[in-house]
Design a protein around this ligand. Structure first.
Ligand code: SAM
Length: 285
C-alpha cells in the first residue's frame, strides 16, 4: 500500500499469519484504509518529533501513519499477540522507523507511567467499549497531553462534544470539559474497518485547557456531576440531596453557587458543577 500503510490485503494476510480472530469484547475492528489513517494523522496535527501515545494499535495501521508523519510513538496494546507482533510489522514494512516505536503490552486503564518522553498527544482508534474511561484516565494521568484525536463510535463522539441543553449532553461531556474543549470532526464510514462494525464512527478532537478555577477537588466536582445525572428527570434539589445531606442543603448549596436548584443537571456546564461542589465543600449547605 502507498506510504507503507496497511491495505486490505496486508491486514488480512497479517491476521491470517498470526491466527488472529478479531474479538468484539476487545473492540477489534482494524482500519485497512490508508486515506482514513492519513485523515486521522492530519486532524491530530502531528508534527515531526512529537511524542504520541496510541491506545490499541492493533495490527499497526495508525501506528505506521503516525511514525510516517515523523512522530515517536508509544503504543499500549492489551492483546499479547498484537503487542508482540507490532515491532515486527513496523520492521518489515518500514524498517527505517523502528527506532521511534515503544510498545507497552498492558490494559491502558492500568498504565500509570509511560516509557520515554512525556507524550504531547493521544491519537487512537479507540476500543469502543472503554473509549470514555480510557480518555478521561489518560487526560487525568498525563498532564503533558495537549491534544487528543480519537476515532470513537459516532454516538460517543456526539456525547463528548455536546454542550449543556443538548440531547446528548451527559456525564462524559461534563467530565471531558473539565480537561479540554472537544469538537466532533468528520464521520467515518464502516467500510474502512475489518471486520465491518455495526455502528458509525467519528473523529473527536480535544484541546487541553485549564480546569475551572475552584477550591473543590476534581473528585468532588465529578461526584456532583455523577449525582446530577444519576436521575435525569429530577432537579438538582433532589439529585444532590444525597451528597448535601438533605434537599434543603442541596438547595442552599445551589443558591450559594448561583444556580437555580429547580434545574436539571443537563442544563449546567462544568463551571457551574464546580461552583456547586465548592459550595458543598465550604459547608454552605
Ligand atoms: N489502531 C488499530 C486500527 O486502527 O486498526 C486497532 C483499533 S481497534 C478499534 C482497538 C484496539 O484496542 C485493538 O487492537 C484491541 O486489542 C485494543 N484494546 C482493547 N481494549 C484495550 C485496553 N483496555 N487497553 C489497550 N488496548 C486495548
Amino acid at each position: 500500500a502507498p506510504g507503507g500503510l496497511l491495505g486490505p490485503a496486508e491486514i488480512r494476510d497479517l491476521a491470517a499469519r498470526l491466527g488472529i480472530r478479531p474479538t468484539k469484547t476487545l473492540g477489534q475492528n482494524f482500519v485497512h484504509d490508508g486515506g482514513t489513517v492519513r485523515k486521522i494523522v492530519r486532524a491530530a496535527g502531528v508534527a515531526p518529533g512529537d511524542r504520541v501515545v496510541e491506545i490499541g494499535p492493533g495490527l499497526g495501521s495508525l501506528t505506521l501513519g503516525l511514525l510516517d508523519a515523523g512522530a515517536s510513538v508509544v503504543a499500549v496494546e492489551i492483546d499479547p499477540p498484537l503487542a508482540e507482533q507490532l515491532p515486527r510489522t513496523v520492521a518489515e514494512v518500514r524498517p527505517d522507523l523502528t527506532d521511534r516505536l515503544d510498545v507497552v503490552g498492558a490494559d491502558a486503564l492500568d498504565v500509570e507511567t509511560l516509557p520515554g518522553e512525556p507524550p504531547v498527544a493521544l491519537v487512537a482508534n479507540l476500543p469502543y467499549n472503554v473509549a470514555v474511561p480510557v480518555l478521561l484516565t489518560f487526560l487525568e494521568r498525563f498532564d503533558s497531553l495537549r491534544t487528543v484525536l480519537v476515532m470513537v463510535q459516532a454516538e460517543v463522539a456526539d456525547r463528548l462534544a455536546a454542550g449543556p441543553g443538548s440531547r446528548t449532553y451527559g456525564v462524559p461531556s461534563a467530565k471531558a470539559a473539565w480537561y479540554a474543549s472537544a469538537r466532533r470532526a468528520s464521520t467515518v464510514g464502516r467500510s474502512v474497518f475489518w471486520p465491518v462494525p455495526n455502528v458509525d464512527s467519528a473523529l473527536v478532537r480535544m484541546d487541553r485547557r485549564d480546569p475551572p478555577s475552584t477550591t473543590a477537588t476534581r473528585e468532588q466536582v465529578f461526584a456532583v456531576i455523577d449525582a446530577a445525572f444519576a436521575q435525569r428527570r429530577k432537579t438538582l434539589r433532589s439529585t444532590l440531596a444525597g451528597l448535601a445531606g438533605s434537599p434543603a442543603a442541596a438547595q442552599a448549596a445551589c443558591e450559594v453557587a448561583g444556580v437555580d436548584p429547580g434545574l436539571r443537571g443537563e442544563r449546567l456546564d462544568v463551571v457551574q458543577f464546580a461552583r456547586i461542589a465548592e459550595a458543598l465543600g465550604d459547608g454552605a449547605a
